[in-house]
Write a protein that binds this ligand. Sequence first.
Ligand SMILES: Nc1ncnc2c1ncn2[C@@H]1O[C@H](COP(=O)(O)OP(=O)(O)O)[C@@H](O)[C@H]1O
Ligand SMILES: Nc1ccn([C@@H]2O[C@H](COP(=O)(O)O)[C@@H](O)[C@H]2O)c(=O)n1
Length: 216
Amino acid sequence: MEASPKSAKRPPLILGIAGGSGSGKSTVAKAVLEALTPGQGILLQQDHYYRPQSHLPERERASVNYDHPDALELDLMMAHVDALRSGEPIVRPTYDFATHDRLKEGLRLEPAPVIVVEGILVLADERLRSRFEVKLYVDTDSDIRLMRRIRRDLEHRGRTFAQVRQQYYESVRPMHMAFVEPSKRFADIIIPEGGQNRVALDFLFSFVRQRAAEGG
Ligand SMILES: Nc1ncnc2c1ncn2[C@@H]1O[C@H](COP(=O)(O)OP(=O)(O)O)[C@@H](O)[C@H]1O
Ligand SMILES: Nc1ccn([C@@H]2O[C@H](COP(=O)(O)O)[C@@H](O)[C@H]2O)c(=O)n1
């Protein structure tokens, strides 16, 4: 018997979250998942799709431009979004920022009614953004983002201050201006101040909870 339209399950909701480095994208993405019950949502982070740099000596890996779309394996990321959308599990690569390389073991992710895709460049590529039903941009001033980035890179990504400064001038800032900031115009919703924006987050939570309850 054919399912009635009321009982038909919707395809997963695919939510793209972009914004500059340190803007609060991961914080917003994790808050969305925490607003759901376990199993209702999964997070796909662009950061894990950086191309492995094992062919380069360690000291050369630091000078790769990681803020240009070519640094990412976007085709694999899109294939994974498509697989999850079709209800298939994936094995997501796992990236190590300290070595600029992928770990041997990936992570198996099961499909879910809500798929959150987060990263600096997820709205910059037309093929990827066309897969999102809802597109968000977390908009945070560059001085705040830079302060956060310095702290994070020193504390969690094994960098020195000199490395953070050089990378910021040579690639992070110019690529932000060339690719990330212009992608804001593709957003359906712009969230100022990300994780502290209670009003925006509460709207977002009620929307995703509704969709999760409907199956996607
Ligand atoms: N609204 C906020 N206020 C203060 N700190 C924040 C806020 N949002 C994020 N942070 C902190 O800033 C850092 C970067 O946030 P994160 O969400 O990882 O940014 P992104 O994923 O955009 O690089 C983290 O240490 C996070 O805890
Ligand atoms: N080996 C790498 C790969 C990427 N980066 C930087 O990560 C930033 C994106 O991550 P966010 O969590 O900040 O959104 C991006 O700006 C790259 O410069 C890196 O430093 N090393």
